[in-house]
Design a protein around this ligand. Structure first.
Ligand code: DMJ
Length: 576
């Protein structure tokens, strides 16, 4: 199966165009939506500061806020339900929510608070603690937060008082990166999921980890290597990623959990949600950040396999990596990031259709439950919670950037309204324990500050992005796209390499971004005209195209339109 290079093209188009062509600053907009956006931006700003100030008052310098009891939790070591037995009594936490807030403060234009936070972290943060941390979580939240803030502190915008910043955040990031390295000392190069910051890998440490745990380190560790000149971080992350990729099945599918010492899969079923999600995201974003064709090739194959084996209309079920057969028919809240990733590759039609379904689920429950059983049309018996996750807001932001359809503004507004009415309490924002009763839980996760508020803010005011190219890490921390970080200009950046398709009237550039779809097309080559299979193509359930309902019909490869079931029981493009 082939995918045209237009993906690269549309991706670049998105990056270049998102901040300039598609995104006038909101003051420039003279539409009824401009006032709405200004109003909503202020609503989000209030949300962020309500969460941030309560954290600073009741929890700082501990990791996260408990908004119901106005107390704290040192959750960095608890991520993944770890017990705190290795922590000394006087452990103060790592000010996790402050680190996670740094880039949001900049995006909201609060340089004074950013500077205060940078100064405090520079003087007080240490990683020389006897704490067993989750490598993946610490990488995306702490390392990513510090690196992004270091870049924001040193870019040309002079956010900080001249001379006050001497790379302290980068030094902290480097210290943390060094403490990560022992985790990679395994026979496979796949890292342990857990590491003690002071003592390295502890005795009898579990050898089980997840696909995201091994495959979502390259942005932060790669950036750390580029900033420090020390190649060890990027090499370790890249070696792990390559090893993981070598473990894919002949269908280009991966499982969810594996053993880092043997390199064997433990759980063969996987989807695009928990345990796997950011693996796909990082292949695509690593290509954008570092311009290595290799990342694009891996992503391309992985993406096509997902579309082929997991996708069922707008939904994504799980499948066995060995056979491609469906295993679990479940919607999970984490999957809602996928449409955002699809926007980056220009698959707007598919992104829009999945996003719409997630919005319907949000409307049905008021928020998105962690897990919903698609085959039984019911909530998962235990995973009925909503921990203030950002994924739907994130996809809404990307889709609005790509389409400028005001419908996405309305979606953002309803997300903000739900968060305010169901989760806002005097002491901050609380997670929902059960979406059927809206009973709350005493936890304000740091990603609410790093991602949920940030993506909602950027949806209504993207002036931070105007004339600049950033890629957001999986935790929402911006990293700039620098040509100096690209080993060579990727072939897809060179206009003469772009593919052209013959339209009915004239030849025009076959950019999925400009055409809003990724259709099948014919590519002219030395061997004549070769058909290229469309990335949006989903075959009908039955080879003879018979059907009993729309859900048995796929997506047409030449138009990328969803096929529907006719009255006579055949799949086709019946509605024009
Ligand atoms: C965040 O910590 C990151 O986005 C991660 O990749 C998975 N999702 C959580 C928030 O839901």
């Amino acid at each position: 199966m082939l995918l045209s290079r237009n993906y690269g093209t549309c991706l670049i188009l998105f990056l270049l165009a998102s901040s300039t062509l598609f995104a006038p600053s909101i003051s420039q907009l003279d539409s009824p939506w401009a006032a709405k956006k200004r109003h909503m931006r202020e609503e989000v700003r209030k949300m962020f500061y309500h969460a941030y100030e309560n954290y600073m008052k009741h929890a700082f310098p501990h990791d996260e806020l408990k908004p119901l009891t106005k107390s704290f939790t040192d959750s960095l070591s608890e991520l993944g339900n770890l017990k705190l037995e290795h922590l000394p009594n006087n452990y103060n936490g790592s000010a996790l929510s402050l680190i996670e807030s740094l880039s949001s403060l900049v995006i909201m234009g609060n340089n004074t608070e950013f500077e205060r936070a940078v100064r405090w972290l520079s003087e007080n943060l240490t990683f020389n603690v006897d704490a067993r941390i989750n490598l993946f979580e610490c990488n995306i939240r702490v390392l990513g937060g510090l690196i992004s803030a270091h870049i924001l502190a040193t870019d040309s915008t002079n956010r900080l008082v001249q001379g006050s910043y001497k790379n302290q955040l980068l030094n902290l990031a480097e210290d943390l990166g060094r403490r990560f390295l022992p985790a990679f000392a395994t026979p496979t190069g796949l890292p342990y999921a857990w590491i003690n910051l002071k003592y390295g890998v502890i005795e009898n440490e579990t050898t089980e980890t997840s696909t995201s745990g091994c495959g979502s380190l390259i942005l932060e560790m790669g950036a750390l290597s580029r900033l420090t000149g020390d190649p060890r971080y990027e090499s370790a992350a890249l070696r792990a990623l390559r090893k993981l990729w070598s473990m894919r099945s002949s269908l280009n599918l991966l499982g969810t959990t594996l053993d880092v010492t043997t390199g064997e899969w433990i759980e063969y079923s996987s989807g695009i949600g928990a345990g796997v999600d950011s693996f796909y995201e990082y292949l695509c974003k690593a290509y954008i950040l570092f311009g290595k064709e290799d990342y694009w090739r891996m992503f391309q194959s992985a993406y096509l396999a997902v579309q082929k084996y997991f996708r069922h209309g707008p939904w994504y079920h799980e499948a066995d990596m060995r056979t491609g057969r469906a295993t679990y028919w479940q919607l999970t809240s984490l999957q809602a990031f996928w449409p955002g990733l699809q926007v980056l590759v220009g698959d707007i039609a598919a992104a829009n259709s999945s996003h719409r379904e997630f919005v319907n689920v949000w409307k049905k429950f008021g928020v998105i439950p962690e897990r919903y059983l698609l085959d039984h049309q019911m909530l998962h018996p235990t995973e009925k919670y909503y921990p203030l996750r950002p994924e739907l807001a994130e996809s809404t932001f990307y889709l609005y950037q790509a389409t400028k359809d005001p419908w996405y503004i309305q979606v953002g507004e309803s997300i903000v309204n739900s968060l305010n009415s169901y989760t806002k309490v005097e002491g901050g924002f609380a997670s929902v324990r059960d979406v059927t009763t809206m009973q709350l839980e005493d936890h304000q996760h740091s990603f609410f500050l790093a991602e949920t508020c940030k993506y909602l803010y950027l949806l209504f005011d993207d002036s931070f992005l105007v004339d600049r190219n950033y890629i957001f890490t999986t935790e929402g921390h911006p990293l700039p796209i620098l040509s100096s970080w690209h080993e060579k200009l990727p072939e897809t950046y060179i206009p003469t390499n772009w593919t052209y398709a013959k339209g009915e009237q004239q030849t025009r550039r076959a950019s999925a971004m400009s055409r809003q779809v990724c259709p099948a097309m014919a590519l002219k080559s030395g061997y004549g005209v070769q058909p290229i299979e469309s990335a949006c193509h989903i075959p009908d359930s039955r080879a003879d195209h018979r059907c009993f309902g729309d859900e048995e019909c796929g997506v047409d490869s030449t138009t990328c339109r969803r096929r529907s079931c006719s009255m006579a029981g055949y799949c086709g493009l019946w509605i024009l």
